[in-house]
Structure formats: structure tokens, C-alpha cells
Design a protein around this ligand. Structure first.
Ligand SMILES: Cc1cc2nc3c(=O)[nH]c(=O)nc-3n(C[C@H](O)[C@H](O)[C@H](O)COP(=O)(O)OP(=O)(O)OC[C@H]3O[C@@H](n4cnc5c(N)ncnc54)[C@H](O)[C@@H]3O)c2cc1C
Length: 382
């Protein structure tokens, strides 16, 4: 009997079908154009909003689809399964979680409906040229003006996903530069008609070329005081530590779907391709490699399903999320490399999806916290 994830339901099956149809018509055919222009079409965000997949795990009261984490996982799985690497919906969904879990009632009412409909595109800006893994070292500051009406934001960010299209950026900044981690806050920056805010060039990456990854610059940008996430200064570091497990878990969710896709594509190819008078899959080495990958894919699926269930039941923790992020992304890169080898020269050609998967996967070990940082987090629990 084929394995079925314990969190899947008939209702999620229907949702998955609808998401798959949307991807087939609105996402897959446009990848080449998006790669060329280095970002998706702005209209994709509105269409995805109409379809109900942007904030699938946010209550209807805030414009979301009223589902749970499983609904959002279905979206991430289907995108990975289709080989999409352009649509920055992951970051958008992450920002929605920050707002929903950490925002004031007014912040939730104001922003979540616009994120759900695609009227606003979201980004989160943590990394800076001088500080990525070590976020306590950021230098972007937001200093409250003496009258208390607004913050003055100065600094810059790098590698920001959705940076070119974002209308709302959660900026990690220091509201008290002398207070260490306790001086960090998250500021909600509306980017349209915002004097002093500038988007730098879209960065040239080795993969995920359809996604707009940018530098952002803030030069005396005035942000209303009520835009501190949660309404209180100095909570930013704790807010980050609380929300980062969501980001790390969803990287694992996409990673497992990518591993499963690589296995599917490689079984198909090695069945068709012949050498030395037989199909590649009839050679013992091929069968052994694919048997190993199938075993590892099964272990990864079982593990991520446990993570999804733990998240649904509210008991996901930082250690488990770090394990999912580091172990699955390592496995994803290893498996895709092994699969590419079985494609021979065709595996090196971009018209073969396995080649695209190879270059798109590499960053999984870096962003969302480098895998070495994940091991530090896990080691703290030893
Ligand atoms: C395509 C892409 C999209 C991104 N999107 C975003 C985004 O939307 N928002 C955002 O804020 N950032 C984003 N990032 C940034 C990403 O999160 C950082 O690149 C990452 O956290 C690593 O930081 P860094 O690049 O400064 O590397 P560094 O901090 O300089 O680390 C370099 C390397 O040093 C090693 N290292 C670091 N710390 C340790 C440690 N404690 N122990 C052992 N080894 C260590 C690791 O091997 C690490 O890879 C993105 C990056 C990329 C490439």
C-alpha cells in the first residue's frame, strides 16, 4: 500500500489538485521569462491571492484562507514538485506568521488582508553585508525621534528575497545600538513612496534566477513609531528566535518534495536510456543507487511528516526545525548530485530538469541559517 502522510485529508487532496492546476497554468509556463527578467510578474501575486494560496494558514478574519500549516505545506510541496524556483511565496508566508503571531491587533488588521490578496508583497530583511549568521552584529539602526512620532532608519541589507517587488519589508534593526540583542527590533516598512528607501540591483545568482534577490538601502527613512512589530521596542531578537523554526521547517518541506521529484525523474530516465544493450536501470549500480535514494527519501518523508504534525499540534521546537533544515538540505544536494550522474551528459544540460534542480538546491544549505549554525543550535540541546 503506498505511503500516505498522516496529516493529509480528503479536503487537502482537493486543495492539492487546485494548487497543482494553478501551478501548471500560471507558474510552470513562465519560468523562462521570469529567469530572464530576474523576477516573477507582479500579477502572479494577485492571481495567487485570488486562488487562496498565499496565506493558506492564516484565519479568514484576516483575509487568509482559514486553513492550517498543512495547507501551506501542500503549496510548498507542489511548487517544489513542479520545479519552481522563482515564486517567493515562502518568504511572504513567513512574514504573515511574524505579523499573525507577533503583531499588534492593528498591525494584523492592516497588513494581513493585503498580504492574503497579493495587494502587498512581503520580504524580511535580516542579513547585512557585515552580518548574516551573527544577527547580533547588524548595524542598521532605527532611532526614535525626540517627539516619539517616527523612527529614522539608516543602513543597508543584502540578499533580500522578494526585494525588488516587496511593498512591505520587515526590517531587523537596532533601536538601541548599545543594548546588544535586547536592542534589536523588527520594523514594518512600507516601501511605496518612501523617501530615503532604495532597492539596489537584483543580484546575479547561480540558481533561482527567476527570484528577485536584492540589496536594500535606507537613508534617513522615516517610519511611523506604531510600525514596531508587536508595539514594543527591543523584542526583535526573541521574535526572530520564535519564528525562525517555521522558516526552517518549510525549507525541509520543500527539500523532501525536491528529493522525491529527483527520484521520480531519475527512475523514468534510467528506464528509457539504454547502454551496453540494456536499460540503465537494469545495471546493478543504478539499482543500488536508486534503492539507497528511495530509502533515504522514505526516511526524510517520515521525518518531515513528524515535523509537520508537531507544528500542527503546536509542539515544534528550534532543535527539531534545525535538524529538518540541515539534514534535509544536505540530503537534497547529495541525492540530486547522484541523480544527475545517472543522467550522464544530459544531466548537465539545462533543458533537463535535474540540471536546474542541481543549481537551485545549493542555496538550501546556506539560507534560513547556514547548516553549521543549525548544528550549533542542535548541539545546545545535547
Ligand atoms: C538566494 C538567497 C536568498 C536569501 N534571502 C534572504 C532573505 O530574504 N532575508 C535575509 O535576511 N537573508 C537572506 N539571505 C541571506 C542568508 O540568510 C545568509 O546568506 C545566511 O544566513 C548566511 O549568512 P552570510 O551569507 O552572511 O554568511 P556568514 O555569516 O559570513 O557565514 C559564512 C559561512 O561561515 C560558516 N559559519 C557561520 N557561522 C558559523 C558558526 N557559528 N559555526 C560554524 N560555521 C559557521 C558557514 O559555513 C557559513 O555558510 C539569502 C541568501 C541567499 C543566498
Amino acid at each position: 500500500m503506498p505511503y500516505r502522510s498522516p496529516w493529509m485529508t480528503p479536503e487537502l487532496d482537493s486543495f492539492r489538485d487546485a494548487v497543482r492546476r494553478f501551478i501548471d497554468t500560471e507558474i510552470s509556463p513562465h519560468q523562462a521569462v521570469w529567469k530572464e527578467q530576474q523576477h516573477v510578474d507582479r500579477s502572479l501575486w494577485n492571481k495567487a491571492g485570488d486562488m487562496g494560496m498565499l496565506l493558506a494558514d492564516i484565519p479568514e478574519h484576516y483575509g487568509g484562507s482559514g486553513g492550517n500549516f498543512a495547507h501551506q505545506c501542500v503549496v510548498f510541496e507542489e511548487l517544489a514538485s513542479a520545479g519552481d524556483s522563482a515564486f517567493g511565496i515562502h518568504v511572504h508566508a513567513i512574514v504573515a506568521q511574524y505579523l499573525h503571531n507577533q503583531g499588534t491587533p492593528a498591525q494584523k488588521e492592516k497588513y494581513l488582508p493585503m498580504l492574503a490578496s497579493g495587494a502587498m508583497v512581503a520580504a524580511i530583511a535580516m542579513s547585512e553585508p557585515g552580518a548574516g549568521s551573527d544577527l547580533k552584529g547588524i548595524r542598521t539602526t532605527a532611532i526614535l525621534e525626540p517627539d516619539g512620532g517616527s523612527y529614522v532608519l539608516n543602513g543597508s541589507k543584502i540578499f533580500i528575497s522578494n526585494g525588488y517587488l516587496a511593498d512591505l519589508v520587515v526590517v531587523v534593526c537596532k533601536t538601541d545600538p548599545d543594548a546588544g540583542a535586547k536592542g534589536i527590533s523588527l520594523l514594518l516598512l512600507e516601501t511605496r513612496e518612501c523617501p530615503g528607501f532604495r532597492v539596489g540591483r537584483i543580484l546575479e545568482k547561480i540558481g533561482q534566477k527567476g527570484q528577485d534577490t536584492c540589496e536594500l538601502f535606507f537613508d534617513d527613512v522615516r517610519v511611523p513609531a506604531e510600525n514596531i512589530l508587536g508595539g514594543i521596542e527591543g523584542k526583535g531578537f526573541v521574535q526572530l528566535m520564535t519564528e525562525l523554526p517555521y522558516e526552517r521547517t518549510i525549507l525541509g518541506v520543500g527539500g523532501v518534495a525536491a528529493i522525491e521529484r529527483a527520484l521520480r525523474l531519475t527512475i523514468e530516465h534510467t528506464r528509457q536510456r539504454k547502454a551496453f544493450g540494456q536499460a540503465l536501470i537494469e545495471m546493478q549500480n543504478t539499482r543500488f543507487i536508486l534503492a539507497e535514494i528511495k530509502t533515504e527519501a522514505t526516511i526524510a518523508r517520515t521525518f518531515i511528516d513528524r515535523c509537520i504534525v508537531d507544528t500542527l499540534e503546536g509542539r515544534m521546537d528550534a532543535e527539531l526545525a534545525s535538524m529538518a533544515k540541515y539534514w534535509i538540505s544536505d540530503l537534497q544536494c547529495k541525492v540530486i548530485d547522484q541523480c544527475l550522474q545517472l543522467f550522464g551528459g544530459y544531466g548537465y544540460m539545462l533543458e533537463y530538469p535535474i540540471a536546474q534542480m542541481y543549481i537551485d538546491a545549493r542555496v538550501q544549505k546556506i539560507y534560513g541559517g547556514a547548516n553549521e549554525v543549525m548544528k550549533e543550535i542542535i548541539a545546545r540541546s545535547l
